[in-house]
Design a protein around this ligand. Sequence first.
Ligand code: ZN
Length: 306
Amino acid sequence: MDSLFEHRNCPNCGENDFEVLFDSNIKRGDLQGGIDTVYMLPGGKYGRHVKCRKCQLVYVNPIEKASRINDNYSEMENIDASIIRRSRLLATKSQVKLIKRYKSNTTLLDIGCGEGFFLFNASKAGYVTKGVELSRDAARYARKEFGMDVEAKPLEELQLVENHFDVVTLWVVLEHVPYPLPLLKEVHRMLKPGGLLAVSTPNVGSMLAKILGKRWWEIRRVHINQFTTKTLMDILLNAEFKNVSSVCYRETISLLYLFTPILKYLKVYEKVKTLLYPDSILGKIMNTIMVTYPSKLNYSTVIGFK
Ligand SMILES: [Zn+2]
């Protein structure tokens, strides 16, 4: 079992002084099948959560071997794009609007771009875009559905030149990354002087997270760093970003997207899924009804400049 895990010092400040918040519920057999879903399912598996005594960052320690985590994402299959598509297209439109306030019609790199919903809206709004995504399946979707320039590689393999991009975005990515500080430093290197970085992660300091504790839907096996708005700003400052501040956009989720994980959790999804499929009448209706809320209810969103 131990050979499957690695110990981390605090991913922000590098210290090794922490208190344990709660223990892992992962057992030996749980790690064999890779990741089957990135859905927000309560009651799933999670690692041991600790809190750094020096910088207050909440992180999972130990983590599954970083190399294994990368392999899992590469092989993950994007099976539910039809369910999330409408919601993600709306939510990412609001993210583009947020970016436009600071930089418009420039070059933009989206790291961990998934199925390319944000990239599609950004390129429609006039940005010259590029995406990087570990999941080969999601990258293929972005290329095929939206014609986006997306590479299915780890960022380090792209060997992008210094001072190249005007905007870099990391939407709900940092909570998955074993070593987020080196990644942010690499982003800093690639940005032009004055370039913009926008980052979002689930907010462990939010009211919902505090009330639900380890039953909060963002406490999951694949989330290994849990930022508050404060610790997210701290790690950007640590990577030399300037004028770091907290922002907000409009999140959107369709009834269908909202209910699917609940039905899966109740183990009735398989029985009713043909009824709810996005092509069915009920599925279509539920995919049209959108729930809109300010992103800060569940996420921290922070910007910074080089
Ligand atoms: Zn720390």
